[in-house]
Design a protein around this ligand. Structure first.
Ligand code: SF4
Length: 177
C-alpha cells in the first residue's frame, strides 16, 4: 500500500503550530512509517508536489504571496486542514486589521526604527489590506483550532487520518486552547 503524501505549510503564523506538531516526539517517528513528508518547513523540498494527500496549513493569509500559495496548494491537495487558530480564524496576524496596512508598515519600519527607517518595497511580499483565515480563500476540509493545538491533538488527528477515519476534532481541542 502506498504511503500517504503529507505536507505541512507555513503561511502567516509564528511557527508555534509546527513546534507543537514536532512535540509529538517519538510518536511522530512511530507514525512516520505511514506517510511521506513531501513538503514542509521541516524538510528541504522547495516545490509543492503535483499531488498531495493531506496538507496541514499553519497561518492566516496576509500577503499576495500567501494568497497565491494557498490557491496553488488547494489545487494540488486532496484534503486540506486549517491547522491552528491563525489558519482557522486569523487570530494574532489579524490583529492588524483595524489599523490598515499603511499605518502598520509605518509603525514597524519607520516609527520604531532609528537606523535607515524605510518601508521595504522589494523582496518583501505586498501585504493584503486585511488578514483573513484560509477558508475565505479556498475550501477547507478540516479545522484544528488551538493556539497551538496540542501534540496530543496532532497525534490523534494524524493517527485517524492515516487510518482513513475522520477524527472528532471538537472533542480534542478548541479555539484558544
Ligand atoms: S495558532 Fe498560535 S501557535 Fe499557531 S501559528 Fe498562530 S499564533 Fe502561532
Amino acid at each position: 500500500m502506498s504511503k500517504t503524501k503529507l505536507a505541512t505549510v507555513w503561511l502567516d503564523g509564528c511557527s508555534g503550530c509546527h513546534m507543537s506538531f514536532l512535540d509529538m516526539d517519538e510518536r511522530l517517528l512511530d507514525l512516520s512509517s505511514q506517510f511521506d513528508l513531501v513538503f514542509s518547513p521541516l524538510v528541504d523540498f522547495k516545490v509543492y508536489p503535483d499531488s498531495v494527500d493531506v496538507a496541514l496549513v499553519e497561518g492566516a493569509i496576509s500577503s499576495v504571496e500567501d494568497e497565491r500559495k494557498i490557491h496553488h496548494i488547494r489545487e494540488h491537495t486532496k484534503f486540506l486542514v486549517a491547522m491552528g487558530d491563525c489558519a482557522v480564524a486569523g487570530n494574532v496576524p489579524a490583529m492588524r486589521n483595524p489599523f490598515g496596512t499603511a499605518a502598520i508598515l509605518k509603525r514597524a519600519y519607520t516609527e520604531n526604527v532609528s537606523a535607515q527607517p524605510q518601508i521595504p518595497c522589494v523582496i518583501v511580499p505586498e501585504l493584503l489590506e486585511k488578514v483573513r483565515p484560509v477558508h475565505e480563500f479556498v475550501a477547507v476540509d478540516m479545522y484544528i483550532p488551538g493556539c497551538p493545538p496540542s501534540a496530543d491533538t496532532f497525534f490523534t488527528v494524524l493517527t485517524e487520518l492515516l487510518a482513513g477515519r475522520t477524527p472528532d476534532v471538537g472533542s480534542l481541542t478548541r479555539f484558544g486552547a
